[in-house]
Design a protein around this ligand. Structure first.
Ligand code: FES
Ligand code: FES
Length: 165
């Protein structure tokens, strides 16, 4: 076994220290060390998007990031999206729009949607389909997901979300 490294990062607003081997991915550490199991493993090779988290404000597929690369980074996972004990409008729109079935892809879609709306608060359907093209879903057929994202965009513009966590 290789020597473990100490990594310090901010995870969902809290300074966090963890030990990891140089070969371990950020996905493995989030799930197996930090017990943040909301981030899902689909393919483990960068193709499905279900492991998407934010690193320094940008969406990344955490199966392709080494945990040691997170040193000093700001990380946000699906566990950091709800605010004040309430689902945010993206989560709420997925729930109300039945934009999920098995749910394995859902955290990744939500993290990618959060990044989209931060970049472009008023996306067209084409913008949504383009931005979410790296996230795969084997269950829903995508239409309900796209509609949920467009609904969330409208609600977010009206509410002034997200919170600053
Ligand atoms: S698990 Fe990372 S992209 Fe599929
Ligand atoms: S809801 Fe099952 S893979 Fe998307």
């Amino acid at each position: 076994m290789s020597k473990k490294h100490v990594v310090t990062a901010t995870v969902n607003g809290e300074e966090t220290e963890f030990l990891c081997e140089p070969r371990q991915t950020l996905l493995e550490v989030l799930r197996d060390v930090l017990e943040l199991t909301g981030t899902k493993e689909g393919c483990a090779n960068g193709n499905c998007g279900s492991c998407t988290v934010h690193m320094n404000g940008r969406p990344v597929t955490s199966c392709l990031v080494l945990a040691v690369e997170a040193e000093g980074a700001e990380l946000k996972t699906i566990e950091g999206v709800a605010c004040g004990g309430h689902l945010d409008c993206v989560q709420q729109a997925f729930l109300e729009g039945a934009a999920l079935q098995c749910g394995i892809c859902t955290p990744g879609f939500i993290m990618q949607t959060e990044a989209l709306l931060a970049e472009n608060p008023n996306p067209t359907e084409e913008d949504v389909r383009f931005y979410l093209a790296g996230n795969l879903c084997r269950c829903t057929g995508y239409d309900k997901i796209v509609r949920a994202v467009l609904t969330a965009a409208v609600k977010r513009r009206a509410s002034g979300e997200p919170c600053s966590k």
